[in-house]
Design a binder for this molecule. Sequence first.
Ligand code: DON
Length: 578
Amino acid sequence: MAGVTPRAPRVGGLLWSLLALSIISAPPAARADAARPAVAVHPAVAHKAAIASAYPLASEAGQEILKAGGNAFDAAVAVAAALAVVEPTSSGLGGGGFFLLHRQSDGLDTMVDAREKAPGAASRDMYLDKAGNEIPNSSTSGPLSSAIPGEPAAFEYLARKYGKLPLKQSLQPAIRLAREGFPLYQRMQYAIKAKRDILARSPDAAKVFLTADGNVPEVGTVIKQPELANTLEAIAAQGARGFYEGRVAQNLVAGVRAGGGIWTLEDLKNYRIVERKPLVGEYHGVRIVTAPPPSSGGIAVLDSLNILAGFDFHDVDSATHKHLIIEAMRRAYRDRAIFLGDPDFIKMPLQQLMSVDYAAGQRSSIRADKAMPSDLLPGIESEPKGMNTTHFSVLDAAGNRAAVTITVNLFFGNGYMPAGTGVLLNNEMDDFSTKPGRPNVFGLIGNTANSIAPNKRSLSSMSPTFVETRNGLMIIGSPGGSTIISQVLLGVLNYVDGMNAADIVKYPHYHHQYLPDEVNYEQGALTGDEISKLESMGHKLRLSNRQWGNMQVITWDFANGKVEAASDPRGEGEGLVY
Ligand code: DON
């Protein structure tokens, strides 16, 4: 094993036992959320509050609400609402996501699942033609690709159940930004350029994001969104009903149906968030609290960590170290493809997938000197084939925290804005497995577990996570489609290795998602020597022509009360500590 010692006893020992494990009904979990390792020793010293988000105006909106006496959960509403205005490429009222929360007074960890739901008239084969072939782009373009949004419901729920301030107050910064406008910045201009033709087809979207003659506005142009301000005001005045019922709902449904979509007023009225118990795992005594399904991220991160926990990385060269992490990713993404979907619709062997015995079986199929081709891990056949979301982290002075990853899926969702709403629609339906084995936009494949059904949530990679050691904690998450999971995994490993927040967010990423069977890496992620060695082990390496992610991390050192907030330099975000 070329210097790599598996630390846990081998279970099964062979690939075939691994495969058998995945078929045999779940063995008792060796660990799952019952474990509460590394009981955090919280500091007696005062510490600061912090916010890290993808755009300064959004971080500042959260700061304004904390200063006004709000807690981390009020700030989460303010930041998410402000991002809907100033980063509409990535999230918004027309989308959804996951709000992972920690309440300091009683230690409660919970997740508000505001993932979008398929409309009631959705059906398994809705994106296939009569011959069973995929209708090109049907799950990404136009309102037929839109699921019922969850973000506005989360705002009311968070404010009512966990916040200290009225929803109306927490939404004020966003309303102001929508009404008074903000200067267009480069990253958003880039997204407008990329989506110009699509935005041009939706008159309300064109009015906001394009010039009068249909061109891309200059950086610095003030972007005002009066209709969005009106919709936010309706939510401020009436709570979620201001969005899911009445004038806004009627305009949304009329717009969606005029564009070929299938939403009904009932779909909107019946949308509910679900509060779910986060997954809890352990890695070398460190406690990881992370997103449960319908996110696949938590399971995949914990499974990878369980696999890696059994290796001793001392005296292992860096290429072998990365190889083992890549092999863990390969196996965890395979499980994602086979087993995971909406927990309200399907049964999943979660205890098994998170158990150390299962991970030991997976580990035993890893050779230290050789890549394992993904097709030797039979799972799902993929048809060969070929971005946006936002994350923010909040810590308040009382120790409450929020890790929030929200999305409209691709840049500006599907770019369609129903008239009179100011709301851009998501294209989250593409996160379903529209046909078994068909890769989605991120090349992810899925199984019947993630097939379309009315009112079902599509499987997500969004992975908001808390990491707690005896000495401190980290709040972490990132956008990046399928790479979210591997980014968060690397972030956790780096934090456990002692890296600081600024270095964690800028760390160059490498990624393997089972299929396609290749390692994608950012410039700088692998040295020349590592590339040669990984290739000699049989890995197919592909240098990515773009950067991934926009990670937002807060760390808190219990011993000295030091808090750091770091925003990924790949983006234009801001970490604030005060
Ligand atoms: O939920 C998901 O996994 C995807 N809709 C996330 C999309 C995404 O991160 C795009 N970003 N870069």
